[in-house]
Every structure is written in structure tokens, then in C-alpha cells.
Design a protein around this ligand. Structure first.
Ligand code: GLV
Length: 387
């Protein structure tokens, strides 16, 4: 058993064990990947303020996200094709999240279905939806999430059309993978992954196949998004989905203060400052850079969360110190999952928790809820002066 001390360790093992097509899917941003890179490098520009001679005993990172108790403000983000990173991946990740006391968000583009995850977990999870052209399918998804007792609906608002990720096109990304000489040759070197996949029936988009009509190739993320996603999405439609759901709603993909104000108007319970992990608009600013202006606009009226770029507990601490009430990890848990299944997701959460807890203490705090802007050293030009 290798000694895992950080998320990068999990990523190295994940890369070795997972077919290239799925590693590339997780590890890509759109086009030049500038935004993907800056999501992480911008975190490094913010420094932490070391304090000494402060009692560090009895620490806690426990808090709440949308009124739910969490052991730390780190939810698992919705990640498409998670069940291709490791057999039954969504179930394994949801179980790890449940045991750790953090929320799990199931993607519409998951391999395990809503029902699969509900049957194999006990804690309510969150369900993520895109806005789809087919009203019946949209309603059906929402009803299935209600029947599964999901405790929040996460509506993704930044993906009516797909940002181009070069590697996915070159690899012919699909679930299950299409059998070509190249893909077979690569999969033959991933014995552990292959055995897992042979041992499960969950190899298709579980929420889609058998439920959605008029999809020409249900195994292809690209053709499914092009055919099924609603390019006419507007705030009225978001309000309609919110009403259809009737429970807590989180809007994912806000990067601009004006949009954050609109989210407030529509009555969302929380927003996620996100650029979709740098997978949509390449050239957009990093999430951490967008966070302060969004907090200034709506931070006292709505819960503001952040995703995109979190790879460590220090990143979580920085986001929370700026004012985020919650954060999400996507790639960081996928690395763990692909490396070691459920135990790997648990390891990713443990790593991040330890980093968060220790860094908080070294900044002079014992309770994450008391941590504020004063623990940070933020460069004056961090947000940038854009004209
Ligand atoms: C789906 O949301 C993706 O980013 O691939």
C-alpha cells in the first residue's frame, strides 16, 4: 500500500490505473486550458497569515451548507462519467462522502443512476441537472430525484453547449468506451479497472439510457449535450425548474456579480461560483478570483459556495476565509476514486481535512466558522483591474 500524503499522490496512481480516455476527460480544460490552469495557480497567489501562541486545542471544521450539517465545508461536486473512472464509481464516492459527513452530488451524466445511488446509500444526496429541451425528461429526472429523497437540486447554468476539450475529441470519449485498436490496447494495461468493469452492469449513462427520447448516440457525451441540452435557457426557465423541484436549489456556474444578483432574484438557496473546472469558457477568470466581487454583491443575502481549483485543505481555508460558505472538489475526489475506489475517496477527504484543520490552527483558529479575511494576505491586484 503506497503512502499517500497529498492529492497529487492519488493523482499519480489514478493516472497509472485508469484508461487514458477517462483520465484525459477529468484532467482537461477547454481549448488552451488557461482557465483550467489559473483555477489552481490563482490559489497560490493568496498567502496565509501565520499566527503563534494561540491555543490550538479542541478544533473543529464542522459547519453547515444550505442548512445541512457537514464535517467540513467540502462537498463532492457533480462529475460526469464518474462510474467510468472506477466500476460503480458514483456509489463508492457517495458512500465515502456519507461516512465522512459531507454532501455528495450526483451528476445527470453519471453512470450509476439516481436509483442506484439511493439504494446503496442512506444519507440524502444532492442531484445535479442540466436544463434540457425535453420537458418530459426534465420533469422525469426531477421526479426521480424527489423519489430518491435528494435533499437539494443543483442546477448547472453554464453548460447549454459544451466547451471543446481537444483530448475528448481525439480519444473518441464515450461510455462505455468504443472498442478500437487504440482503446483496447490502452485498456489492456489497466487490469484492475477492467476487472471492476467486467464485474458491474453499470457501464452506460444510467440516468439517460432508457429514459431520454431522441438521442442518436446515448454513449457519447458530445452528441447527447448537442442534442438534448436546452440552448434557450434563461432565468424564467431556471425559475420554472425551481418550482418544479420545490425544495432547496443551488445554482452552479456563476462567475459574475450581475448573474449572482439574478440568482438572488430567482430565489436560489445558494450559488456556486464556478467556471466548470475550466471546462467551459476558456479565458474566463478563475473562480477564486471571481469570488470577492460576487461576495460583495450578494454575500450577505445568499449562501455563496465555490468550486474549480480546490486541490488542498489550504485552498478550502482560503475560499472560506474570503467568505465562501462551502466548497466542492471534483478532480480531487476522482483521483482518489480512480486510484483506490471508495478508500481513495475517503483518503482524498482525509487529506483535505487534515490540511484544512492544521492550516486553520497555524493561522490561529480553532473553529472554521470564526475564520475570516484576517487570516489571508491577498495581493492588492488579486482581482485584477479589468477595463
Ligand atoms: C460535464 O459537465 C463536463 O464538464 O464534462
Amino acid at each position: 500500500m503506497p503512502i499517500i500524503t497529498n492529492i497529487e499522490d492519488l493523482k499519480r496512481i489514478y493516472k497509472r490505473r485508469t484508461p487514458k480516455m477517462f483520465y484525459d476527460y477529468a484532467e482537461s480544460g477547454s481549448w488552451t486550458e488557461q482557465t483550467f490552469r489559473e483555477n489552481t495557480s490563482d490559489f497560490e497567489k493568496i498567502r496565509l497569515r501565520q499566527r503563534i501562541a494561540v491555543d490550538m486545542s479542541g478544533r473543529t471544521t464542522a459547519t453547515q451548507m444550505i442548512g445541512q450539517d457537514v464535517s467540513m465545508p467540502v462537498a463532492l461536486a457533480p462529475v460526469g462519467l464518474t462510474g467510468m473512472q472506477c466500476a460503480d464509481g458514483e456509489i463508492k464516492a457517495a458512500r465515502a462522502a456519507e461516512k465522512f459527513g459531507v454532501p455528495f452530488t450526483l451528476s445527470t451524466m453519471s453512470i450509476c443512476s439516481i436509483e442506484d445511488v439511493a439504494e446503496n446509500t442512506t444519507a440524502p444526496f444532492w442531484f445535479q441537472v442540466y436544463t434540457l429541451r425535453d420537458d418530459d425528461f426534465m420533469r422525469n429526472l426531477v421526479d426521480r430525484a424527489k423519489a430518491a429523497k435528494c435533499s437539494a437540486l443543483v442546477i448547472t447554468v453554464d453548460l447549454q453547449i459544451l466547451g471543446q476539450r481537444h483530448k475528448d475529441l481525439k480519444n473518441g470519449l464515450s461510455a462505455p468506451p468504443k472498442l478500437t485498436v487504440k482503446s483496447i490496447a490502452n485498456m489492456m494495461t489497466k487490469a484492475h479497472w477492467g476487472l471492476g468493469m467486467l464485474g458491474t452492469k453499470r457501464r452506460f449513462f444510467g440516468n439517460v439510457v432508457g429514459h431520454a427520447k431522441g438521442v442518436s448516440d446515448p454513449s457519447s457525451l458530445a452528441s447527447w449535450t448537442a442534442e438534448a441540452f436546452d440552448p434557450t435557457l434563461d432565468w424564467k426557465k431556471i425559475a420554472k425548474i425551481k418550482k418544479m423541484w420545490g425544495g432547496k436549489v443551488i445554482l452552479k456556474g456563476i462567475l459574475d456579480a450581475d448573474d449572482a444578483r439574478m440568482a438572488l432574484e430567482v430565489g436560489a438557496d445558494a450559488i456556486i461560483v464556478s467556471n466548470h473546472g475550466g471546462r467551459q469558457l476558456d479565458g474566463a477568470i478563475s473562480s477564486i478570483r471571481a469570488l470577492p466581487s460576487i461576495l460583495e454583491a450578494v454575500g450577505d443575502k445568499i449562501e455563496v459556495h465555490l468550486d474549480s481549483g480546490i486541490r488542498s485543505g489550504q485552498d478550502v481555508l482560503k475560499a472560506c476565509a474570503l467568505g465562501a460558505k462551502g466548497t466542492y472538489i471534483g478532480r480531487a475526489f476522482v483521483y482518489g476514486l480512480g486510484a483506490m475506489g471508495e478508500a481513495g475517496v475517503t483518503k482524498a477527504l482525509e487529506v483535505i481535512h487534515k490540511e484544512l484543520d492544521t492550516s486553520m490552527a497555524l493561522c490561529g483558529h480553532r473553529d472554521l466558522k470564526d475564520v475570516g479575511r484576517d487570516v489571508l494576505l491577498v495581493p492588492e491586484d488579486f482581482e485584477g483591474r479589468w477595463v
